[in-house]
Design a protein around this ligand. Structure first.
Ligand SMILES: NC(=O)c1ccc[n+]([C@@H]2O[C@H](COP(=O)([O-])OP(=O)(O)OC[C@H]3O[C@@H](n4cnc5c(N)ncnc54)[C@H](OP(=O)(O)O)[C@@H]3O)[C@@H](O)[C@H]2O)c1
Length: 281
């Protein structure tokens, strides 16, 4: 049953937000999005959302975005400003009478090992001290981000480039969205942080094996070193290099039962994602 609550989604036009926001709208909920690009939000969500043009880094733009809002999904991209920006929004949210914040944090293993994990933790600590009702969601590596280039290589009939031989518990963005929405809607948030993974921990050779089964054609692993994903540069590139060190040591291999516990269903698998991407689902 849709409530009368107004939900503010930040990062709605991004990779997670554009999956999460339509799910919330489809549930009949009242949604406002904060964006620097109102035309992009309009194109994605039509007239089914309120659009608040604003910028984390422009404090004067935040009170209007939070006016009348009861619950907030807090997400912003990896940047040197992440902690500062998100803390500013938390403070404005508190002053505006927001009841709950669901924060999309970094992967659990990035805390203490990377600039961005530490920035996310600063925001979590600020939330803990704020007195607001909140929960932090710490998703493992998103398979739609981490494996997009891999799926493209398989489609082109190429061998998959392996940056490392380590296993990773990739998680489907749709499961992150579902867990976050459950926490926005629940009468009470679950005890956090909610560390989310997929059901399997897989290496690139494991994934090549899955792709071979799905396509019926042998998919190999190349010794070519995969570059950083396209479009990643500057501070974000430094952070991603920090991630790769931990991943290569097996730091992202762990699995949790969070999706099953919170959603009472199994998490989506890499195999199902590959089958969709390779047209075999
Ligand atoms: N990818 C992973 O494997 C992974 C794993 C764990 C955690 N995470 C976390 O997920 C987050 C990134 O999520 P994503 O990939 O969905 O983001 P994304 O695709 O990079 O999109 C960024 C979003 O943030 C908004 N935004 C950027 N700067 C803004 C500003 N100054 N003011 C207002 N809005 C701003 C953008 O909106 P407009 O451009 O419309 O303004 C856009 O909607 C990061 O915090 C990262 O640490 C990612």
């Amino acid at each position: 049953m849709p409530s009368s609550d107004l939900f503010l989604i930040t990062g709605a036009t991004g990779k997670l937000g554009r999956v999460l926001t339509p799910k919330l709208i489809d549930g009949g909920h009242r949604v406002r999005v904060l964006t620097r690009r109102p035309e992009a939000a309009r194109e994605l969500f039509g007239d089914k959302v309120e659009i608040s043009e604003g910028d984390f880094s422009v404090p004067a733009s935040l009170p209007a975005a939070l006016n009348g809002v009861s619950r907030v999904l807090l997400l912003s991209p990896i940047s040197e400003r992440l902690a500062e920006d998100q803390i500013a929004l938390v403070d404005v949210a508190k002053a505006a009478g927001v009841a709950r914040i669901v924060k999309i944090s970094g992967s659990d293993w990035t805390v203490g090992t990377s600039f961005s994990g530490d920035a996310h933790k600063r925001v979590e600590d600020h939330l803990a001290q704020s007195g607001l009702d909140y929960v932090a969601v710490r998703p493992n590596a998103w398979l739609q981000v981490s494996l997009a280039a891999v799926a493209a290589q398989i489609k082109r009939g190429e061998a998959i480039a392996a940056r490392h031989g380590a296993k990773v518990g990739y998680v489907d963005v749709r499961d992150i969205a579902d867990v976050a929405i459950s926490q926005l809607l629940a009468p009470k948030v679950a005890a956090g942080p909610l560390v989310i993974t997929g059901p399997d921990s897989l290496s690139i050779p494991d994934i090549a094996g899955l792709a071979t089964r799905i396509t019926g054609k042998p998919v190999g692993v190349s010794s070519a070193v995969a570059g950083l994903p396209s479009g990643i540069e500057g501070f974000e590139a430094e952070v991603v290099k920090q991630f790769f060190v931990v991943i290569a040591q097996g730091g992202a291999a762990g699995l949790t039962d969070t999706v099953e516990r919170v959603l009472a269903r199994k998490p989506r698998s890499v195999e199902a994602y590959l089958a969709e991407e390779l047209g075999a689902a």
